[in-house]
Design a protein around this ligand. Structure first.
Ligand code: PEP
Length: 251
């Protein structure tokens, strides 16, 4: 990893104010490990409280709407999460794609809205077990990513700072079965080629590509040793400071 490793916790639909102590502990530990960039994406309700206290970590959202505002009951815009203190937003997570039928076009529209609101984005992609078994994983992920990322005409000049990609095979999320380092290497290489094709050598070559799917302290070091892995998107193991920072320490 050449750039500072980026370790992002996705708390999903976990966390009430009782979890603020865990966020504080993560922030304190991150201050002692400045060579790693640590970030947390809590539920919307905790973005502002964590942002207000955090000294080192950045806080992000797990989703945003593609519109600036309007009659969208229960939704939240990119500008609103930015106003609450979010610096980034996770988009295209497989749980959103499955639970909320988000397709690539919608995810791309959200990416445009988030970038316009000044947020960084973490664009998720990943294949199902069925697709991997069929031998079409790389082709599937490239197609999904190309259709979900902003088109080359719509990206900001500092796109390598603003866009991060997270490869998260669906079958590895929350199962305890991380992808093998060979599979991660093959997919991250393919993603790197796609990014260079889309955005050019300099910018596409500098976008960080995270791996996500059952990362824990025990397997983090070998995953971070894979070329083109620029960090991790972590679900379950980000819920306690001990397990999350165990991963950050391996980077
Ligand atoms: C995730 O859902 O983004 C994720 C990687 O989850 P877990 O680490 O629990 O597999």
């Amino acid at each position: 990893m050449t750039r500072r490793p980026y370790i992002v916790g996705n708390w999903k639909m976990h966390g009430t104010r009782a979890m603020l102590s865990e966020a504080r502990a993560i922030d304190r530990a991150a201050q002692r490990h400045m060579k790693v960039e640590v970030a947390l994406a809590p539920p919307f309700t905790l973005i502002h409280p964590i942002h207000r206290e955090a000294e080192q970590i950045s806080v992000g959202a797990q989703d945003c709407h593609h519109a600036d505002g309007g009659a969208h009951t229960g939704d939240i815009s990119a500008a609103m999460v930015a106003d609450a203190g979010a610096k980034f937003v996770i988009l295209g997570h497989s749980e959103r794609r499955q639970d909320h039928a988000e397709d690539d076009a919608l995810v791309r529209a959200k990416a445009g809205a988030a970038l316009a609101a000044g947020l960084r984005i973490i664009m998720c992609c990943g294949e199902s077990a069925k697709t991997r078994e069929s031998g079409r994983a790389v082709a599937f992920v490239k197609t999904q990513l190309k259709a979900s990322l902003p088109s080359p005409d719509d990206v900001p000049a500092d796109l390598a700072e603003r866009i991060t990609v997270a490869y998260e095979p669906i079958w590895a999320i929350g199962t305890g079965n991380a992808a093998t380092t060979d599979d991660i290497a093959e997919m991250h290489d393919a993603i790197r080629h796609l990014l260079v094709e889309l955005y050019g050598e300099e910018q596409g070559g500098a976008v960080r590509i995270l791996y996500g799917g059952s990362v824990k302290a025990e397997n983090a070091a070998e995953i971070f040793a894979v070329p083109e892995v620029g960090g991790a998107l972590v679900g379950g193991a980000s819920l306690t400071a001990d397990s999350f920072m165990g991963i950050a320490l391996a980077a």
